[in-house]
Design a protein around this ligand. Structure first.
Ligand code: IMP
Ligand code: MG
Length: 180
């Protein structure tokens, strides 16, 4: 299935399973070495990161905890800036090594807000693991510790990523066709 229809748009196959698996493997191996003895807490950012996190965490061989958070964004009544709130975080973050797990970093604003939250909660070390990164869209300047695959600024779906809520269930990653 090289072309798929998701909602009102067509997408073509872009990253196949072997390439995705290799990228996930590579991140897991680095984390297993870097964070040995650090008892990390993985924070998976829902919804998009659920498939990546599932594949990644099966390859983590060091003792760790795993939790899931969701970001809710809303427009403030007095300003148009988007404020993102982390919901679902029950674990103690203070003094811990945190690995934030994301599907994709685009402008970087979502991850930037999440990092700020972790710092406010006094995490000892905040690491970032993202399957995909769009370097040409990135607007901030924090370090991204673990990147699976760098991609151009095309809109993609599959492997957890959605278009209008659809397409997350595809096991491989597709790129938008005729993006007007
Ligand atoms: P940000 O621009 O880095 O803040 O990315 C915000 C969120 O937009 C990501 O966590 C994704 O959920 C979503 N996103 C960014 N690029 C894509 C894409 O190409 N396809 C699907 N979702 C995307
Ligand atoms: Mg996401």
């Amino acid at each position: 299935m090289d072309i798929i229809q998701v909602d009102d748009k067509q997408f073509s196959i872009y990253l196949k399973s072997p390439q995705i698996e290799a990228a996930v493997d590579n991140i897991a191996q680095q984390i297993n070495v870097d964070l040995k003895g650090k008892n990390p807490l993985f924070l998976v950012v829902l919804n998009g990161a659920f498939i990546f996190a599932s594949d990644l965490l099966k390859k983590i061989t060091i003792p760790c905890e795993i939790s899931f958070v969701k970001l809710s964004s809303y427009v403030g009544t007095k300003s148009t800036s988007i404020i993102r709130e982390l919901i679902g975080l029950d674990e103690v973050v203070s003094g811990r090594t945190i690995v934030i797990v994301e599907d994709i970093i685009d402008t970087g604003l979502t991850m930037g807000a999440t990092i700020d939250k972790m710092k406010k909660l006094e995490a000892k070390d905040v690491r970032i693991a993202t399957l995909l990164f769009k370097p040409n869209a990135f607007q901030l300047n924090y370090k991204i510790d673990y990147i699976g695959i760098n991609i151009p600024n095309d809109f993609i779906v599959g492997y957890g990523l959605d278009y209008n809520g659809y397409g997350r269930n595809y096991p491989e990653i597709y790129k938008i066709l005729n993006n007007e």
